[in-house]
Design a protein around this ligand. Structure first.
Ligand SMILES: Cc1cc2nc3c(=O)[nH]c(=O)nc-3n(C[C@H](O)[C@H](O)[C@H](O)COP(=O)(O)OP(=O)(O)OC[C@H]3O[C@@H](n4cnc5c(N)ncnc54)[C@H](O)[C@@H]3O)c2cc1C
Length: 380
């Protein structure tokens, strides 16, 4: 028997995140969209109210959320503002390799540091010549005694300038290429870490991205996460856990755009009647309502599959990210169309939702790469 209702605990998570979004995110989203700055006041409030680090262990300051719980939370953050929501979720992305592969001492130290300082971390995989093709990574951490010396270049690093440490993926043996990829924790105040100016971009502007250049950065051996050569697996297993989060942010954003345009359309009178009297409008709204429901169900199913250890969980997580973010793009575009000039203006934030939706089709693996993952999976 399959149930589609949330239990009391899940309803509490939903209510808590929705309330946080209503009080902190929605009133400030246009401000941060214009400022294009990291929303520290909101992240600090998120720490105070137990909104940060949901999927991390409760004994180290998290909330022991399952991936399904996390999807419920992320939908509410996305319904507020994906740009602000991803500041919170990108921190989870950065901590997930530690959750998966760090030993107890490392988890205590790094999760403790993040929680005590109410700080954020960043996840650094992408490089100028290694975007979709992770095998192209050139950043190297070469062992010298009990240290590694890190040299290389990472780009598009979300939370970069705001972060206390970065989870960096680097080669420990460049001759072996990605087979030597290894995860490290690199404090951003380490000598030799060069921070470049933030990326100027289309949407999700509350979220900041930077390039980092590493010049002979010394990393102590105890900052290596997992064994040498386990980095590729850690990075991919991380995405299996986090892609449903991107899907859920997309569902929330699409839901907000749909609801905004529905409420507006019911009140907008043209030709002597609400514009919803025209099938050209009401059918668009019917499609949007259906698509939001379908994207949510796909996301919930993928999250549930992960939590229940289903063999096809990785494929489903790629499907959910691809499907929900494509739906997010379509629904937000349609919301602007339903609202005409008001949709294009900044007042109702639907043009922002449309700009924000685009990035979910690109980061954490483009939707073409999700199709590569899915097709390999179904053709093997
Ligand atoms: C705002 C933002 C935030 C980001 N945050 C982070 C972060 O925190 N940490 C991090 O490590 N990275 C981050 N990224 C990087 C992001 O994951 C990459 O941009 C993404 O994986 C694509 O890489 P690319 O931009 O180099 O595009 P490319 O790989 O150059 O791709 C260009 C185009 O070619 C297509 N393509 C490439 N290969 C194939 C293929 N085999 N089959 C079909 N199509 C293909 C792509 O789908 C895309 O349409 C972020 C990016 C952005 C823009």
């Amino acid at each position: 028997m399959i149930g589609f209702t949330l239990d009391n605990r899940q309803l509490e998570i939903q209510a808590k995140y929705r309330d946080f979004a209503n009080r902190w995110i929605i009133p400030n989203r246009l401000k941060y969209d214009q400022l294009a700055e990291f929303p520290w006041e909101i992240v600090k409030a998120a720490y105070s109210e137990g909104i940060m680090n949901g999927p991390m262990p409760a004994k180290f300051g998290g909330s022991d959320y399952s991936i399904f719980d996390g999807a419920i939370a992320s939908e509410e953050l996305g319904a507020g503002c994906i740009g602000i929501g991803i500041c919170i979720d990108a921190n989870t992305l950065a901590l997930t390799p530690l959750y998966l592969a760090a030993n107890e001492t490392q988890q205590k130290k790094f999760f403790g540091l993040i929680n005590e300082q109410k700080a954020v971390a960043a996840y650094a995989l992408t490089e100028p010549n290694a975007g979709s093709d992770v095998a192209g990574i050139k950043t190297a951490a070469i062992k010298h005694g009990d240290k590694y010396i890190l040299n290389g270049h990472k780009r598009y690093i979300t939370n970069g300038e705001a972060s206390s440490f970065i989870t960096v993926f680097a080669l420990t043996n460049p001759e072996k290429g990605a087979r030597s990829l290894t995860a490290f924790v690199v404090p951003t105040d380490s000598p030799g870490v060069e921070l470049k100016p933030r990326l100027q971009k289309m949407g999700q502007k509350a979220s900041v991205q930077n390039e980092f250049i590493f010049h002979d950065v010394e990393i102590p051996e105890e900052n290596r996460i997992g064994d040498e050569g386990t980095g590729f697996l850690i990075a991919m297993k991380t995405f299996d856990r986090t892609r449903t989060g991107v899907a859920a942010l997309s569902v929330g954003n699409a839901r907000a755009a749909y609801e905004t345009s529905l409420n507006w359309a019911k009140r907008r009178i043209q030709f002597g009647a609400p514009i919803t009297a025209n099938q050209g409008v009401s059918f668009m709204l019917a499609d949007m309502a259906t698509e939001v429901e379908a994207a949510r169900l796909m996301t919930w199913y993928a999250a549930w599959a992960y939590d229940n250890g289903l063999k096809n969980a990785s494929k489903l997580s790629a499907m959910s990210k691809m499907f929900a973010s494509d739906i997010g793009m379509k629904v937000t575009t349609d919301a602007v169309q339903v609202m005409g000039g008001e949709g294009y203006s900044t007042e109702f934030a639907v043009e922002k939702m449309m700009r924000d939706a685009k990035l979910c089709q690109i980061y954490e693996g483009t939707n073409q790469i999700q199709r590569v993952v899915i097709s390999k999976n179904i053709l093997k």
